[in-house]
Design a protein around this ligand. Structure first.
Ligand code: FEO
Ligand code: CA
Ligand code: CA
Ligand code: CA
Length: 605
């Protein structure tokens, strides 16, 4: 054993001390190198980043904003060259553009048509070739043949599955209901066993606009519209961004069906830079956090997916057919299968309830005329089936042995009378993690058992009600689990997003090693932490376990108040940190960081 890890721990590194400051930190003995920052050129003909003179055209050839999911497709046998696939979830215009500050959502004063296009171009995703140089350091291959940007501004996509062509997907731009421009709010995601990239569309509702407002400036939904119940359940229109002032496809007064084209999981083939991404409606429509895949013991594709909203649900998708060596046939597995929603029974059983038109309450009397309606209004269907309302299901990670880990990030709105066994804390600020064991170790099973792995928060404060293995140190406990990964040795790693509530813990967001097995089950150790105001995304391990990618999202923005002299509401001119450049002429930049062990070898083994 190395370092001071307890003998039972399978995570062999010296735990990092907790804290919160302007930069990132990794455990001793590791290198954490900034690999790709917002604005870095990713094509041979891309202009260098010029933050004071940014354009949409330049942004479409540069790495986007708010890197979230990170995946990797090896391009050679020893895994020293490959494609990084990165989601760009959203934008923080207050630290991207000079002079704007936090925008007034009612008016968006200062947002120009060009700034709107830059924001749109900074959303979506990037495919970037990277390779280890002669000294073993990862570098961007700027002229990589597969490098591409995907954005909500200009990337054409197709729609397939049960809702493709549905009347409720038809718009003036697309009378066929089978096409859409772009993807947005791509949060976590997944890689399929055959190397395609799944981008989950999360808070799509925030991008829709209406001019139909009440006296308080709140959107009015037309109660006679076919879309009224759906818009209400999904929170459309959110009016977080001004895009609908420029583009009809983000304005529900002009295009009431447009929001039905978002909230899906998008499949991208990173090996073909000319490929058209596909929105797979068989995987349901909700605020998709992620889409992590596995193959069941009977050979089928299974995808675990959370709907990140207070009191919303945990889902999984099981393909009808089996995964094979035929890449084209495999992609059809995302078009034909069954979507299930979870009911967590009080006795520790989990039941997976199928969302099938005509079965149970999913009939025309309840507004479901066909399977397309069930997929478009997945949430309403799941309500009728009696799914268990959860504390914001974020990422969910299956392991090959029939186990899955579900990150429940927090739910401060849960009252004492809404408690259930799987969501046992009122006003939960810090969340918890559930472990599912599917029946027979088969991820395709329609039932299993569940248990709580940890209840997060400070274990030294009785009122928090945390539950950790007592061997967890003051550095190791955390709040608000968000993303997670299983490494090549089957071990769980969890990253956090405390949002504006980080001041309750005083800790920066970070990456933690959480033991699931043996006497050490429920211990956690801090491995990496973010600069102030940043959220920890990724993480992703290469198959050899020797490289770990993490993504620092929105450094300098989240609730940067009260501690360490930082003040709330960073601006471009006065950010809480200028990570990672620390250049007075540069704002903070979201960036992907690559972590390797000094001297080589697997991470934490
Ligand atoms: Fe985009 Fe649920 O985090
Ligand atoms: Ca997330
Ligand atoms: Ca989150
Ligand atoms: Ca965030």
């Amino acid at each position: 054993h190395q370092g001071n890890a307890a003998p039972a721990s399978r995570y062999r590194f010296d735990e990092l001390a907790w804290g919160n400051d302007e930069t990132h930190h990794v455990a001793d003995g590791y290198d954490a190198q900034v690999l790709l920052r917002w604005g870095d050129p990713i094509t041979a003909d891309a202009p260098e980043f010029d933050v004071m003179n940014q354009t949409a055209a330049a942004q479409l050839k540069q790495f986007g904003y708010n890197n979230d999911y990170v995946g990797f497709v090896p391009l050679n046998d020893d895994g020293t060259r490959g494609l990084l696939c990165v989601n760009h979830e959203y934008t923080n215009e207050e630290v991207m553009f000079p002079g704007l500050g936090r925008q007034d959502r009612a008016g968006f004063s200062g947002m120009t048509p060009e700034l709107i296009d830059i924001e749109m171009a900074a959303h979506g995703g990037s495919v970037v070739e990277i390779a280890k140089d002669a000294s073993g350091v990862w570098q961007v291959v700027r002229d990589g043949k597969m490098n591409r940007r995907i954005s909500p501004l200009d990337t054409a996509m197709t729609i397939d599955g049960p809702a493709a062509g549905h009347a409720r997907l038809q718009t003036n731009d697309d009378p066929t209901g089978t096409k859409v421009i772009g993807t947005l709010n791509n949060c976590a995601g997944g890689m399929t066993p055959w190397g395609t990239w799944l981008m989950a569309e999360e808070n799509f509702h925030g991008y829709y606009w209406t001019d139909n407002l009440d006296a308080d400036g709140k959107p009015v939904i037309d109660p006679t519209s076919r879309e009224a119940a759906s818009q209400k359940r999904y929170g459309v229109p959110g009016m977080w961004y001004a895009w609908g002032q420029k583009y009809d496809r983000f304005n529900i007064d002009k295009e009431p069906h447009a929001p039905n084209k978002f909230g899906w999981v998008v499949e991208v083939d990173p090996m073909d830079p000319t490929s058209t991404p596909i929105k797979h409606t068989a995987l349901g429509r909700f605020r998709h956090e992620g889409a992590e895949t596995t193959v069941s013991s009977d050979g089928r594709l299974v995808i675990y997916m959370g709907d990140d909203n207070r009191f919303d649900y945990q889902y999984k998708y099981v393909s009808g057919g089996k995964v094979s060596g035929d890449r084209a046939a495999n992609s059809k597995l995302l078009s034909d299968g069954t979507l299930y929603v979870a009911r967590f029974e009080e006795d520790g059983t989990v039941l997976w309830l199928p969302l099938i038109h005509g079965a149970g309450p999913l009939t025309a009397e309840n507004g479901f005329n066909d399977q397309g309606d069930v997929m478009i209004d997945t949430r309403i269907a799941a309500d009728l089936l009696g799914a268990t309302p959860m504390d914001r299901p974020e990422d969910a990670q299956p392991r090959g042995d029939g186990t899955a880990y579900i990150m429940l990030t927090n739910n401060t709105k849960r009252g004492e009378d809404d408690l259930n066994a799987a969501n046992p804390r009122a006003k939960s600020s810090f969340g918890h993690i559930i472990e599912i064991k599917e029946q027979g170790g088969n991820h395709a099973a329609t039932m299993g058992t569940w248990s709580i792995l940890v209840k997060c928060g400070d274990p030294s404060l009785a009122e928090v009600g945390a539950q950790w293995n007592p061997d967890t140190s003051e550095n190791g406990w955390f709040g608000s689990p968000d993303n997670c990964a299983i490494d090549a040795d089957g071990r769980l790693w969890v990253s956090t997003d405390q949002g504006g509530s980080w001041a309750k813990t005083g800790k920066s967001d970070g990456l933690y090693a959480v033991e699931t097995e043996g006497d050490a089950r429920g211990t956690s150790k801090l491995f990496f932490r973010c600069p102030v105001g940043g959220e920890m995304c990724g993480p992703y391990f290469t198959d050899d376990g020797e490289t770990l990618f993490v993504a620092v999202q929105h450094p300098g923005t989240d609730g940067t108040k009260n501690l360490a002299g930082f003040e709330r509401n960073s601006t471009f001119e006065d950010p809480a940190t200028r990570w990672p450049d620390f250049d007075p002429a540069m704002p903070p930049r979201p960036a992907v960081v690559v972590i390797t062990k000094q001297g080589g070898g697997k991470i934490a083994v």
